[in-house]
Design a protein around this ligand. Structure first.
Ligand SMILES: [Zn+2]
Length: 297
């Protein structure tokens, strides 16, 4: 790795549209916004470009509502994707690219593929998913919900105008402020990827919940629950059942006589399986009509 690093935080706005030509939906990029930081996290350069759509004839109402960008503005830019990418690659140089969650880099790859027929961003050397980095740096542990950019900024006491969000440059700048507040060069090393073939396999990998108990990704030793009250290992009293892609079974704490439902999910990620456990009230028992009493006839 080079001795001196520049960090380029990129945010994109895009417009989902149907390409009749390719018979598929494309998230066509309409705006690039980026800031460049030095190693002390000072903003040393900025990048902001609109792109006139080449696939879409109009903008989605929700894109207009979110960004307040008009089609006329985009057309006035006279920019094509190709022109802006070529400017951006000069701006990026050999620096590290950071985006908030990997959706923007996936959209960039999608557009790159659409316009240039290439799956890989040939100019990209290093990449960091800033959302994952900030989640870790903040000790954010909610596996069910990803940390939003504005929530992260609020946690860090960084103030911003609500109106200014959802424009590429503003989001990139806010991401950079979050990054600066949480900058830790040692931690960053764990999140910095060299953009080789393995990186592209990783970034395009779609996580999924394992639904087959025989799947080798399932570690049966994880399939236990402790009582929420006394912390003791609870006794499983039913077979595992699959519901909403989680395995569920009835448990009882023999000490507290407490019954509960244990729910466990195994999420297959690119290079590991992420296990989540939850304790819930048991589903209410269905009325049992075969019992002796209660027959009123
Ligand atoms: Zn107990």
């Amino acid at each position: 790795m080079v001795n001196y690093m520049e960090y380029i935080i990129l945010d994109l706005e895009f417009n989902g549209t149907y390409s009749k030509h390719r018979h598929k939906f494309v998230n066509e990029i309409i705006e690039f916004g980026a800031v460049k930081c030095d190693e002390q996290m000072n903003i040393i350069d900025t990048f902001s470009e609109l792109i006139a759509p080449q696939i879409a004839k109009k903008l989605n109402p929700h894109v207009t509502a979110l960004t307040h960008i008009t089609l006329d503005e985009l057309k006035e830019s006279r920019n094509t994707f190709s022109k802006v990418v070529s400017k951006f690659r000069k701006f990026l140089g050999d620096g590290v690219l950071l985006t908030w969650s990997n959706s923007d880099i996936l959209v960039l790859m999608e557009n790159y593929h659409y316009f240039f027929g290439n799956d890989k961003l040939s100019f990209l050397k290093y990449y960091v998913n800033l959302q994952k980095y900030c989640e870790r740096a903040l000790g954010y542990s909610d596996k069910a919900h990803q940390l939003g950019l504005s929530a992260c900024a609020e946690t860090l006491g960084i103030t911003f105008e609500d109106d200014s969000l959802h424009r590429a440059y503003n989001d990139a700048e806010l991401s950079a402020l979050c990054f600066k507040a949480l900058y830790d060069s040692e931690l960053l090393k764990q999140y910095l990827y060299v953009c080789d073939n393995d990186f592209y396999r990783r970034v395009t990998f779609k996580n999924y919940n394992i639904c087959d108990l025989k799947d080798p990704g399932i570690d049966k030793r994880e399939m236990y629950f402790n009582c929420e009250v006394c912390g003791r290992r609870a006794l499983r009293r039913s077979k595992w059942r699959l519901k909403n892609r989680s395995f569920r079974a009835n448990f009882r704490c023999l000490r507290c006589h407490k019954d509960f439902e244990g729910r466990i999910t195994f999420k297959q990620c690119y290079d590991h399986v992420s296990v989540t456990k939850k304790i819930a009230e048991l589903p209410p028992k269905k009325p049992n009509h075969t019992e002796q009493h209660g027959n009123e006839q």
